[in-house]
Ligand binder design. Structure first.
Ligand code: TA6
Length: 288
């Protein structure tokens, strides 16, 4: 890792694994490349890389609040802050022993007792794993409730030729229809217009198929029962200053999240969220 703390650009490579690499900026994953150095995450050409504006792309972390319902700014403060590298991390489970990793911590303010450790790991096959551990450190006996999402921007060749498998027949809240609850149809998701849906009680694994690249992203998650699917499409894309007018064609957000049922911790209790991303070749033929 270059750089001493999250303020610098940090490069993560696996010493014995594939030549895949991950870049972090300010503690946020902004780039994940496979062994052929193909970029797998979307980062807008207009993204601003300085707090308090959130980075438009990569994997911003929405914590301690997802969305705008709550007392904080949209999506909470974690994504608007620089994180620092933790050189003396609380031991994470050893199941990451075969991965290169960097440990980060987020302190809401200087000297704050609350610290939230977060590990970014890169496996020998180029798989990317994020683990966050949230503990209630309150000494006044008060519970701590939060909602959370890894707001992952996947890079896709052409949104009109992408399918998402794993969310069929599930209930979802539609952000475009006053968060009303609906039930998804029985086929894989395809995309012809703006979408902003929070799928509820989703499976551990979700697949995102990119027809042109013949590549499937596999998203696996723990501790995160919901999944958000978002593409702003043309009109909203034009309205975002940090997003290119046509960039909606080349991205899709599929976000491992805990939203419908906020996570509530008693003092001393800890929650762990985990996201693992990998890619596999896919034989998806569009129009099937
Ligand atoms: O994840 C979907 C969403 O909640 C959308 O409603 C849209 O607002 C998107 O996040 C981006 O939010 P941002 O605050 O980063 O512009």
């Amino acid at each position: 890792c270059k750089g001493f703390n999250g303020l610098d650009k940090v490069l993560l490579r696996h010493p014995r694994g594939s030549s895949a690499e991950v870049y972090l900026y300010g503690g946020h994953v902004t780039s994940w490349k496979n062994e052929r150095r193909e970029e797998l995450l979307f980062l807008s050409s207009k993204a601003t890389l300085k707090p308090p504006k959130a980075i438009r792309g990569g994997i911003p972390i929405c914590f301690p609040q997802f969305g705008s319902h709550g007392t904080l700014d949209q999506h909470g403060f974690a994504r608007n802050r620089f994180w620092i590298i933790d050189n003396d991390p609380h031991p994470f489970p050893t199941n990451t022993w075969n991965k290169a990793f960097v440990d980060l911590i987020l302190k809401p303010s200087e000297g704050d007792m609350k610290i939230w450790p977060h590990r970014v790991a890169l496996g020998p096959g180029g798989e990317l794993m994020l683990t966050s551990r949230i503990r209630n450190t309150n000494t006044d006996g008060k519970p701590f409730s939060f909602t959370f999402a890894y707001h992952t921007y996947f890079s896709v060749s052409d949104i009109s030729e992408v399918r998402v498998e794993g969310l069929e027949t599930l209930d979802y809240l539609d952000n475009l229809q006053k968060k009303e609850r609906f039930t998804e149809q029985g086929d894989a998701l395809t995309f012809e217009s703006e979408v902003d849906k929070i799928y509820l009680s989703t499976p551990t694994k979700i697949a995102i198929l990119d027809h042109e690249k013949k590549r499937t992203f596999e998203l696996r998650k723990d501790g995160l029962p919901d999944a958000v699917v978002w593409n702003p499409w043309e009109k909203k894309a034009k309205a975002m200053a940090d997003f290119g007018d046509d960039e909606y064609k080349h991205m899709l957000c599929v976000e491992a999240a805990a939203i419908e049922m906020p996570i509530t911790l008693k003092p001393g209790e800890e929650w762990k969220g985990r996201l693992e991303l990998s890619t596999v070749p896919s034989s998806y033929c569009s129009g099937q």
